[in-house]
Design a protein around this ligand. Sequence first.
Ligand code: DGL
Length: 265
Amino acid sequence: MDNRPIGVFDSGLGGLTAVKQLIDVMPHESIVYFGDTGRVPYGNKGRDTIIRYTRDDISFLLNHNIKIIIAACGTASSVALPHLEDFGVKVIGVLEPACRAAVSRSKNHRIGVIGTLGTVKSGKYAQIINSISPEAKVFSAACPMFVPLVENGYAEGDVARIIAADYLTPLKEAGVDTLILGCTHYPLLEGVIGDIMGKDVELISSGREAACYAKALLTEADMLTGSTEPGEHEFYVSDSAENFAELGGIFLGQDIELCVHQTEI
Ligand code: DGL
């Protein structure tokens, strides 16, 4: 048993969608979250910058006595993690669990992936899917407008629908039966994405799959907490704590105002 917290980081507040899943799957675990709100977005930055930022995020969490780190950020997971050194603490990204879930659930081996520009350009999702299932055909689409839509309160309605239709129609026409939501923000667009893709296409939440994978790893290593109380969570951000607390509720579904700290990175 290991009572240390789980570390989670993201480029900003979107990673709270993964925190929500972690709390759901492992309610007794405590979490230390770092959101790099001062430098978000990562999705349209160059590779070296994303690698540098991700290394900073991990270093921050390493100072908080965590037992495992989860990169909730799809962009950091795909662009940076493959190039980073061993930190002496296990760091897991959101790609492998989502790819495994997609391969096991797809019946026609036609899998869609949506994410930021950086995520899609990295080609990592396709690489991992094909390493598990060489016959799978992967169709990817970058959806750069999705993050600002969610952050500005347009996750539902006509504007979201028009933009989503434009991004997703080629995937629908390609006949994918499984679609990986490869970015922290996309679970909030699930309604619109689901309507456009149709009910026969299964949506895979990368945050949900990562949370289940983390639980399996901690269980296997006998590193789950011994506490039977609800976990205690701390949130750190590199920009205004107030802004984070205001928007964070949308992603997490609860008031987190009291526990947010602004920090230097
Ligand atoms: N968190 C990022 C991701 O999941 C989206 C926001 C950004 O571009 O930084 O890829």
